[in-house]
Design a protein around this ligand. Structure first.
Ligand SMILES: *Cc1c(COP(=O)(O)O)cnc(C)c1O
Length: 350
């Protein structure tokens, strides 16, 4: 198989695209009077300073993240949630009606949905029984039109990390893009693939503020990759994809990393507590190990237990329709009090 080349992988129309050029990106330098962007110079009806367009490249935010993650700002893309990065990657690399992506179910649903919206075909290779990558099956499934492999580690909904050697083999043997979605990496016992970006020009790592950072409502996700891949994403994104309010709040969150870590540690302790407590219920047939902030369990009757918990005002995720997840529920680790109630409800079941 030929080596990865960004030029061969990128869609022609994207290669040729002349991006939208915003007023603020054409002017670089110092000025005091900005009459270039048709903003309202008087401000708004509320007492906030959002009358100006936000920085299209989120420089302050990237600078802070660059320090935290020990990576150059030019290797960081900021998206309106990782979901935006997922969509942009498909639009950059996959020709609608022609190209395909490969996913490894059971896994996160957005890869498939984003591909479908863009009329990009989806190939599927199931994980093995122990929820690891089947490399031989992946090799057989990949064809000349396969542009992106989507690997989720720790995987949603199973909770486990995928073996580093397997991901490495995909990166070495596939001449398209390999995305490693690390939405849950801050909860995990393994280091991020960010560390190895220099080794693999076809690697894209996704992270988010939605999980360990506790900011799902803010909508911020990151893609880390080579400077050339990042420049492609910047070229095709909506110019002002991250609002000023969001940029400021995200920056403040990153400046308060210690508080986020404290909360994360509480969640990890609570997860250990649930993992232990679940063992005492005989209707829970299997508890899968978790490197995330949720636990997948196999029970004797998932639909019945799901409905029972709902009747107790507790909603979990029924993943039973997913391959390899028959009778399985995905339970997010809650606050200590929420977990008390969950365990109390489980004790009263049957
Ligand atoms: C929750 C989650 C995300 C986060 O998406 P955002 O758009 O950043 O909120 C990404 N990938 C996986 C696998 C997830 O479970």
């Amino acid at each position: 198989m030929s080596e990865f080349s960004l030029d061969n992988t990128l869609r022609d129309n994207i290669k040729k695209l002349i991006p939208y050029s915003s007023a603020r990106s054409e002017f670089e330098g110092d000025a005091q009077i900005f009459l270039d962007a048709n903003e309202n110079s008087l401000g708004s009806s509320i007492d906030v300073n959002y009358n100006r367009y936000p920085d299209p490249l989120q420089k302050q935010l990237k600078q802070k993240l660059s320090t935290i993650k020990n990576i150059h700002a030019q290797n960081i893309f900021v998206g309106n949630g990782s979901d935006e990065a997922i969509d942009l990657l498909i639009r950059a690399f996959c020709n609608p009606g022609i190209d395909n992506i490969l996913i490894f179910p059971p896994t996160y649903g957005m890869y498939e949905v984003a591909a479908e919206i863009n009329d990009v075909a989806i190939k599927k290779v199931l994980l093995t029984e122990d929820f690891q990558l089947n490399i031989d099956a992946a090799k057989n499934a990949i064809d000349a039109k396969t542009k992106i492999l989507w690997v989720c580690s720790p995987n949603n909904p199973t909770g486990n990390l995928l073996a580093e050697e397997s991901i490495e083999r995909l990166l070495q043997n596939f001449n398209g893009i390999v995305v490693v979605d690390e939405a849950y990496i801050d909860f995990a016992s393994q280091h991020s693939w960010i560390k190895r970006l220099n080794e693999f020009p076809n690697l894209v790592v996704l992270q988010t503020l939605s999980k360990a950072w506790g900011l799902a409502g803010l909508r911020i996700g990151f893609a880390y990759a080579s400077a050339t891949i990042i420049s492609v994403l910047n070229k095709i994104k909506p110019p002002y994809n991250i609002s000023e309010a969001t940029q400021q709040l995200a920056l403040t969150a990153l400046q308060n990393e210690e508080q986020a870590k404290e909360k994360k540690n509480v969640l990890i302790q609570q997860k250990e507590r649930l993992l232990e407590a679940f063992q005492h219920f005989d209707f829970i047939k299997k508890i899968f190990p978790s490197d995330a902030n949720f636990i997948l369990i196999k029970v004797d009757n998932a639909n019945e237990l799901y409905k029972y918990l709902l009747s107790k005002n507790i909603v979990v995720r029924n993943r039973s329709s997913q391959p390899l997840c028959e009778n399985s529920l995905r339970v997010t680790v809650g606050t200590p009090q929420e977990n008390d109630k969950l365990l109390m409800a489980l004790k009263e079941y049957k």
